[in-house]
Design a protein around this ligand. Sequence first.
Ligand code: AMP
Length: 213
Amino acid sequence: MRKYVVMGVQGSGKGTQSALLSKAFDLVHISVGDIFRWHVQHHTKLGAQVRRIMSAGELVGDDLVEAVVRDRLQMHDWNYGFVIDGFPRNGRQAEFFLESYDIDGVIHLDLPDEEVRRRVLNRRLCTRCGMDYNLIADRPEVEGRCDVCGGELVTRADDTPEALASRLREYHSKTRPVLDIFRRKEYVVNVDARPDPETVQREIRKLLGLPVD
Ligand code: AMP
């Protein structure tokens, strides 16, 4: 059983790296942001509660987040383990998590704020299948259309300069202390998130002592 947490500022590749790791080792990928986005898109009651908070780039309340994480992990479909990304994002969430689950490693994707801005403001998301694009490094073949399913590509509601500035502030003030909690327990591996996704993935596996190929 392998249980990992992926942390990093927006645009650092948490989703991409978690997906690569989960696929290779049969782990369940749990993204709290994706769960919330699903609810917003499907106009559920939870979606209505979080929509405005998310598009302002603010953090959803801890009670709600913890309930979502608890429900998701209670599905127990993670026979070989899980990779959770976007959680925990503050000290309280970290304490809650550590009380209930033991973890094998925390992957910290390190990216300077300047690079975050460049990536995030060029990010596009498929409205149908959720595939992520970047207009600099990973352009779709047909402008505005998903290569995989043909769905429409849009900018995430929280990928505006204002929301990004707010998320960067939140990250530095609230999420950094989480890393310190994990660091004290010696769980954390630091990975430079600037290279291409394959290189970053190789580095993650090397640092976690996992087979690289
Ligand atoms: P992400 O896709 O991880 O960037 O998450 C998108 C948005 O969902 C965040 O900006 C928050 O509004 C909300 N969110 C996701 N994870 C959390 C969390 N652990 N705590 C609070 N809010 C969260």
